[in-house]
Design a protein around this ligand. Structure first.
Ligand code: NAD
Ligand code: UD1
Length: 340
């Protein structure tokens, strides 16, 4: 086993929702951490909160990963062992309206990172992929062998292309890459000092639920109750963001300990549990003792009926497994909402 405290991890998008939780876990585990974020979808105060939780300070560069010259300077200053590349735009709806913006930000940032990893003898890269690459899987739970279907959005397309580019570039063999396909990340840190900061009216279920319970929004609309599921509402695999953060540490360890079986690996990161929208509502009310006003509405175009993960490959090879349950996800999201 290598001594992790001697290792340096550069985290792009490290002040974002998943990035900030991962930076905390890396610092607590003893890694040296360099954060690069252009604050396009995050706030500077998250940096201070990370330090407060971890009691350690990462190095911070406010730079755009698409700026190759700025990024080259950072790699010249520091010997980086692993890069975790979170930086990307992530709104599916916005990507349908502004596809070019998504291809530019998500692909140019990735191409720059791949070039710098290759040129600077970095051991490996961990890439943020998404369950969105599966679209609506024919067979559930989705395994890593489940085929991609043609992406319905530029966002989904950048994740599929991202994985394909990584596979091609790593095949020359100078560094390793691990793509993590996240299912539905929710929840916040137990200190309620960091969490998701959705801009405007949220599209995702959890922030919509907490903002409705808080009285910021009038009512939640359940998008369809005529699906072929236990109660007619859609099924998803919600995963606590702290469990997800820990999956990144497991991926870093695998790269550093030279345990990768191939140059480019992919792993599903979910809990394996499918939960319906109505089950979330009931569990939210039971956990928080708050009444959640909701109505049943029409299906949302593009929604898959049911998506949940087979994460047994991650359990076997990354030695990682989700440990936090739905109650933990709800409690921590609610505690975070109450600080906003
Ligand atoms: P986020 O928007 O909270 O974090 C992304 C961070 O990257 C932000 O802090 C933003 O300011 C920064 N950023 C974006 N473009 C940049 C650039 N060019 N240069 C520097 N910084 C840049 O998003 P998140 O939820 O933490 O997601 C992180 C990653 O995980 C993304 O790649 C996203 O596509 C992927 N992902 C997210 C989800 C989810 O539900 N949150 C699901 C699957 C995959
Ligand atoms: C969406 C994205 C996915 C992204 C994920 C991030 C689409 C098609 N997919 O997934 O690419 O990785 O967010 O977390 O946009 N729901 C309601 N009412 C609401 C909001 C949501 O009923 O107000 C339902 C949805 O129909 C869905 C479930 O809640 O069944 C979860 O929705 P959401 O949080 O938006 O995530 P996904 O659609 O699964």
């Amino acid at each position: 086993m290598m001594n992790m405290t001697e290792k340096t991890v550069l985290v792009t998008g490290g002040l974002g929702y998943i990035g900030s939780h991962t930076v905390v876990e890396l610092l607590v585990a003893g890694y040296q951490v360099i954060v690069v974020d252009n604050l396009s979808n995050s706030e500077r105060f998250i940096f201070d909160r990370i330090i407060k939780i971890a009691q350690k300070e990462p190095v911070f560069y406010q730079d755009d990963v698409c700026d190759l010259a700025a990024m080259s300077n950072i790699f010249k200053k520091h010997q980086v062992d692993v890069v975790i590349h979170f930086a990307a735009f992530k709104s599916v709806g916005e990507s349908v309206e502004k596809p070019l913006l998504y291809y530019q930000n998500n692909l140019i940032s990735l191409l720059n990172i791949l070039q710098l990893v290759q040129e600077n003898s970095v051991e490996g890269l961990v890439f943020s992929s998404s369950a969105t690459v599966y679209g609506e899987p024919d067979v559930l739970p989705a395994t890593e062998e489940t085929p991609f279907i043609k992406a319905l959005s530029a966002y989904g397309s950048t994740k599929q292309m991202g994985e394909e580019i990584i596979e091609m570039v790593t095949s020359s063999g100078v560094f390793k890459a691990i793509s993590l396909r996240y299912f539905n990340p929710v929840g916040a840190h137990e200190t309620a000092l960091i969490g998701e900061l959705p801009k405007g009216i949220p599209n995702n279920l959890f922030p919509y639920v907490t903002q409705t319970a808080k009285g910021k929004l009038a009512m939640l609309t359940v998008f369809g109750d005529d699906y072929n599921t236990v109660d007619g509402t859609c099924v998803r695999d919600y995963i606590h963001v702290v469990d997800l953060a820990k999956a990144h540490l497991a991926a870093c360890r695998r790269i550093i300990n030279q345990e990768c079986q191939s140059a480019s690996e992919v792993y599903n990161i979910g809990t394996g549990n499918g939960t319906t929208v109505l089950e979330i509502i009931k569990q939210f009310e039971a956990t928080t003792d708050k009444l959640l006003p909701y109505k049943i509405g029409a299906r949302r175009p593009g929604d898959a009926e049911a998506v949940y993960a087979d994460s047994s490959k991650a359990e076997k090879e990354l030695l990682w497994k989700a440990t936090l349950n739905l109650k933990d996800m709800i409690q921590s999201s609610w505690a975070w909402e109450n600080t906003l």
